[in-house]
Design a protein around this ligand. Structure first.
Ligand code: ATP
Length: 348
């Protein structure tokens, strides 16, 4: 049982604010992902949970107990980093067993626990090898097994996949998701990769410059981004954003007019996703030249220059057009996201 409460956490170094007013309860067994660009405070937040970084203000409560003054070793959390941190002179078995020795777990249980953890990450056949004799993916799995073997209440993972190639990243990602589900351990996972966040998380926390921008399930964040920052950070390609004015339910931007919007008059940023545009054969609401065309297999992604800016539009997989050809599409008003132009905050 490990609920983690972060109560109005602040971290400052002198006048520099690393994390500001971070307030969140992470449920027992939840897989929570901290997502945001480089320098937004993800690692600092995780290090404060681990006890590796002092907290300037606020309280961290794990399993009902304030842990602010507890040493990392007394917090019952296990960390996995992007640099695996394996001991080169020890073989895989010894590396995995190491935390049990340090924590003086009953030696009679060591062997069974090491074998169970190594089986979970499919390393049974590599127990005698030294880290130098392993691939990157295998090393990462040793690091995972070393966290698993402790049977902690909390896993903290900081970009654990970033040293792996694309294919291994996908398979190890699936393995992490399965493990955390199977072990029922509360997990906090840091990444700047939105696809990783979307595929792993029960809930995602999107951060920018030390502040939480939005907390929600991957679907909530994708479908209802709280502001233009989240809208442009989540999704590939990013949400199309266009500045303009709404008067009487009609949006007018550069060469783009969309009727039937349910938002008050004002200066706005209008957003829509590539897959929400309806590409048609006859001239439509928006007609613009193709800039690039990418065949995705199940669809075609077009970048078009509409109203002086690049817009991504997803078309049917049979759709063919050359660079410079006109593409016609419409954007239904009911799928549009409307943000305040000045603050970026969601209006509707
Ligand atoms: P990345 O994805 O690049 O790892 P991050 O979101 O994990 O980034 P943090 O490592 O948490 O970012 O850093 C947050 C901010 O705090 C950064 O601007 C960083 O430069 C600053 N920072 C981190 N450690 C210190 C420190 N010891 N002293 C001063 N500033 C620091």
């Amino acid at each position: 049982m490990a609920e983690i409460q972060l109560r109005n956490i602040n971290k400052r170094w002198g006048s520099f604010v690393g994390v500001e007013n971070f307030d969140l309860t992470i449920a027992d067994e939840e897989f929570l992902v901290l997502l945001g660009p480089s320098g937004c405070g993800k690692t600092t937040t995780m290090r404060m949970i681990a006890g590796l970084e002092d907290i300037t203000e606020g309280e961290i409560i794990i399993d009902g107990k304030v842990v602010n003054d507890l040493d990392p070793k007394d917090r019952d959390v296990a960390m996995v980093f992007q640099s695996y941190g394996l001991y080169p002179h020890m073989n895989v078995y010894e590396n995995i067993r190491f935390p049990l020795k340090v924590r003086k777990a009953d030696p009679a249980t060591h062997d069974a626990r090491v074998r169970r953890a190594s089986a979970m990450v499919e390393l049974d056949d590599f127990l005698h090898r030294k880290p130098a004799e392993l691939s990157g993916g295998q090393r990462q799995r040793v690091a995972l097994a070393r966290a698993i073997v402790r049977e902690p209440n909390v896993f903290l993972m900081d970009e654990p996949l970033s040293n792996l190639d694309a294919k291994l990243r996908v398979s190890t990602r699936a393995q992490i998701k399965n493990l955390s589900h199977e072990l029922k351990v509360t997990t906090v996972y840091v990444t700047h990769d939105q696809i990783e966040a979307m595929t792993l998380a029960d809930r995602v926390v999107v951060m920018k410059q030390g502040r939480i921008q939005q907390v929600g399930t991957p679907t909530e964040i994708y479908d209802n981004p709280a502001n233009t920052f989240v809208a442009s950070f989540i999704g590939s390609p990013a949400m199309n954003l266009m500045d303009g004015t709404i008067r009487g339910g009609v949006f007018e931007g550069a060469n783009v007019r969309i009727e039937g919007l349910r938002a008050a008059d004002g200066e706005v940023t209008l957003g829509f996703r590539a897959e929400d545009a309806d590409v048609v054969d006859a001239p439509a609401q928006i007609n613009a030249p193709v800039y690039t065309i990418e065949l995705l297999g199940d669809a075609v992604m077009l970048a078009v220059k509409a109203g002086g800016q690049m817009v991504s539009v997803k078309a049917h997989k049979e759709y063919r057009a050359g660079i410079g050809d006109a593409v016609s599409f419409s954007v239904p008003a009911d799928i549009c996201h409307v943000f305040d132009k000045a603050t970026g905050a969601r209006i509707s």
